[in-house]
Design a protein around this ligand. Structure first.
Ligand code: UDP
Length: 382
């Protein structure tokens, strides 16, 4: 590619979407990816023996209520209609998440009706007797669901997930978990949901398959920018790597939570009967087990195969050089982020985005939405 109108540094979901939108609007885009493959943490691999699509960086389920995101992604892939369910193991029993009639009735041994659940939960949560504005994760969670449910399903899982007492965490994380006065056990409230029929990698390949896009893997833009030919070096950059790395960590590193996955192929047709089971007690060291074949129920051959691939997820303390997964939202990290964001705003021709760039806990659809917004906003002024 000769002339380059924009460089996209990082080929995750945000970068690939930005590249596509720019390319469709006539811009020549050079995508640089430091890993050997595109797709960021949504990247999957197909196990050659079983044909199972393994989510290399942990389960990713596409779900959205944003019309323009739904319309956009379906130009590239068709979804298989998979609806995500998460089960929870606590004290030797299996429950259906999220917190709704199925879980509450089983846990308390009751037979509550939909109209009775809100009052029951409110009484358990002692609403009206607690501080109005919960100051931290624990207070927020107890105000939502009461202490017994919090103790059984949330406290220890959260401690394992975040490596800290839930009282040290911000209240926002728990708002991701819905509470429903019904037997709806769909983990997400978005009915537009699924896994690409042709696999996640086909989404990235197709997003980047455009005559105005060229892709180079194994190229870290942070290093490349110092040696690049000046014509390319000066092109505007859409960067989706860690924002602190961009500035040599000069205000200190932003903290992340990392994950380690232990994968195993078992000589069983089905290990746990569903794609994800959370282990909410302290005596189990991992947070959840993923069983990938359940993401493709439409694939009869894979479902019937006499083996299955499971993966135990172990949250890890993060240090520089480890894979960043979840931003750790604390007053200190927010302050540090503000310093980096202000620094980035001073660099002409630089746009920072995505989970790593914005240091935000984005779902796939939010990342696409932000990319659509950013790319079209940029084109209206450039
Ligand atoms: N969570 C929990 N118990 C569970 C599932 C979730 O305590 O069984 C809490 C935990 O703090 C977690 C947060 O809810 O970080 C958000 O959960 P979600 O399933 O959305 O996390 P993700 O799948 O993005 O890791």
């Amino acid at each position: 590619m000769g002339q380059v109108d924009a460089i996209v540094a990082g080929a995750g979901i945000w970068g690939c979407t930005v590249a596509r939108v720019l390319a469709e609007n006539g811009r020549k885009v050079l995508v640089l990816e430091k890993r050997p493959h595109v797709g960021g943490n949504v990247r999957c691999e197909t196990d050659p023996e079983t044909g199972i699509e393994v989510h290399t960086y942990g389960s990713h389920i596409f779900h959205t209520h944003i019309d323009r995101v739904w319309d956009f992604v379906r130009r590239f892939v068709e979804f298989n209609g998979y609806q995500h369910k998460v089960l929870a193991r606590h004290a030797g029993k299996t429950y259906f998440l999220p917190l709704g009639l199925a879980l509450v009735n089983q846990f308390y041994g009751l037979d509550l009706k939909p109209s009775e659940l809100p009052d029951f939960i409110a009484a358990e949560a002692g609403r009206g007797t607690r501080p109005c504005v919960p100051a931290n994760f624990e207070e927020q969670a107890i105000a939502f669901i009461g202490k017994p449910l919090y103790d059984a399903f949330i406290r220890e899982y959260t401690r394992k997930q975040w490596g800290t007492d839930p009282r040290n965490l911000g209240a926002d994380i728990i708002k991701r978990l819905p509470v429903r006065a019904s037997y709806d056990i769909n983990y997400y409230s978005d009915y537009r949901q699924g896994i690409p029929l042709t696999g996640y990698n086909s989404l990235f390949d197709r997003l980047l398959d455009h005559p105005n896009i060229s892709v180079e893997c194994n190229v870290d833009w942070l290093e490349w920018r110092h040696q690049a030919p000046s014509t390319k070096h000066q092109a505007p950059v859409f960067y989706s790597g860690p924002i602190d790395a961009l500035f040599g960590y000069k205000f200190g590193p932003l903290p992340w939570r990392s994950l380690r996955f232990e994968r195993e192929c078992l000589p069983l047709a089905d290990f746990q009967g569903t794609s994800v089971v959370n282990y909410t007690d302290a005596d189990v060291p991992f947070t959840r087990i993923h069983e990938f074949k359940h993401y493709h129920p439409e694939n009869a051959a894979v479902m019937a195969a006499p083996s299955t691939i499971i993966c135990c997820e172990y949250p890890q303390t993060w240090k520089l050089g480890d894979e960043p997964y979840y931003p750790v939202d604390t007053p200190e990290s927010r302050e540090r982020l503000a310093l980096y964001t202000a620094e980035a705003a001073k660099v002409p021709g630089l746009v920072v985005g995505g989970r790593l760039g914005e240091y935000r806990y984005y779902d796939i659809d939010r990342s696409i939405d932000r990319a659509l917004e950013t790319a079209s906003g940029w084109m209206s002024t450039n």
